[in-house]
Design a protein around this ligand. Structure first.
Ligand code: PLP
Length: 389
């Protein structure tokens, strides 16, 4: 036991050790020697926007997802917005999304002028529930955005079957699922268009904002290529009313270096999740994550469910542990979407999950001692009998 971080010489857990929610310093050290000369070369060339390295990273990321095309943009939110733009979704249209997700999934719909239509989630994966999906499809539905929440793909066969039958596009919000697989295919390659965020804390994170759209559809690829760059075809030839949402070459250099490690880092996350599961799975009052058959979970987020969550959250913080809630308020109850008329009780599964989830520290380079300390602390807070007198 000696040498395990988080325990003293006798093997007892340290009373108060700090475990950050994420610590990406080791990731930086892994790529430091690769990126420094590459960044210097970009600075020398001055090729800052959509440069050669940016285009190279698009090809690498398309290959990683096994899609034909990839377009670098400046955030996950813009990736989603432009995906809907390429499908010509606008006022009068409806787009279905799970109510339990980050608000950007809904905002991108609102930006187009279309109406976001919230849907219930599954109690096990917290992803959109295909059994509830068909009930919210109308004649106006133009797209469904399944979110691969926490790093596990949604039930894509069932979703794609409904979409195909009703002639609706499927735009994946894969912003939390870089490298996750569903029946052997990577997230992003499971619908018509896949959207990624490279926000710094994502499992593939830039040193700033960045995002990517992937697709096999040439027409959509070309349209998004124009949309992100003022709608232009030639230098001053503008086919459509586009935006300025391009990926910086500097971010592409960093992302390209990190991409080489992504599978390994995902495996490390998977090993930490397995260890968390082992230590927590039989503890009464704690529900560990469920990974469905045929899918690999990349654990962008490792979230447990506990009753009396807010007390547990405060207790964990007091013990020096970085914990967060993803997400405390489902979108149908957010003030920003009050105009949609949502009320408590509309989506009971999502509401219960939002009251119970607690995200524990998760990053590739965390160590076993940190996980043991987190689990011991959590058990102590959840099981009063384990608390010291
Ligand atoms: C599910 C989901 N959708 C969309 C986004 C938006 O991505 P970004 O922050 O890069 O705009 C995020 C990330 O924050 C996310 O987690």
């Amino acid at each position: 036991m000696a040498g395990l971080v988080g325990r003293d010489r006798e093997g007892n857990y340290a009373k108060n050790m700090n475990v950050p929610f994420v610590d990406l310093s080791e990731q930086y050290h892994a790529i430091k020697d690769t990126i420094e000369p590459s960044l210097r070369a970009v600075f020398e060339k001055g090729d800052f926007i959509l440069g050669a390295e940016q285009q190279a990273f698009e090809r690498q990321f398309a290959e990683f997802c096994a899609t034909r095309y990839a377009v670098g943009v400046n955030s996950g939110t813009d990736a989603l917005y432009m995906a809907l733009g390429a499908l010509e979704i606008g006022p009068g249209d409806e787009v279905i999304l799970p109510t339990f997700t980050f608000i950007a999934t809904a905002l991108c719909i609102s930006y187009t002028g279309a109406t976001p239509v919230f849907c219930e989630v599954e109690g096990e994966t917290y992803n959109i529930d295909p059994r509830k999906l068909e009930k919210v499809v109308t004649k106006r539905t133009k797209a469904i955005i399944p979110v691969h929440l926490y790093g596990q793909a949604a039930d894509m066969d069932a979703i794609n079957a409904i979409a195909k039958k009703r002639k609706i596009a499927v735009v994946e919000d894969a912003c939390q699922a870089h490298g996750a697989t569903y029946k052997g295919k990577r997230a992003g390659a499971l619908g018509e268009i896949g959207c990624f965020s490279f926000y710094p804390t994502k499992s593939l994170g830039a040193f700033g904002d960045a995002g990517m759209v992937v697709t096999d559809n040439k027409e959509i690829f070309e349209k998004i290529g124009m949309l992100r760059d003022y709608g232009r075809k030639g230098r001053y030839e503008h086919k459509i009313k586009g935006f300025n949402s391009r990926m910086d070459t500097v971010q592409a250099v960093i992302l390209s270096a990190k991409l080489k490690y992504l599978d390994e880092w995902n495996r490390m996350r998977g090993a930490h999740a397995a260890y968390y599961n082992r230590l927590l799975k039989d503890v009464p009052g704690i529900q560990t994550p469920v990974t469905k058959e045929g899918r690999t979970h990349v654990f962008q987020t490792y979230a447990v469910r506990v009753a009396d969550r807010d007390r547990v959250l405060e207790g964990m913080k007091a013990k020096g542990i970085g914990v967060l809630i993803h997400y405390p308020i489902p979108l149908h109850l957010q003030e920003a979407y009050a105009d949609a008329g949502g009320k408590p009780g509309d989506f009971p599964v999502a509401e219960q999950v939002a009251n119970e989830v607690l995200s524990l520290p998760m990053f590739p380079h965390m160590n076993k001692g940190q996980i043991e300390y987190v689990c011991a602390s959590l058990k102590e807070l959840v099981e009063p009998s384990l608390r010291e007198a």
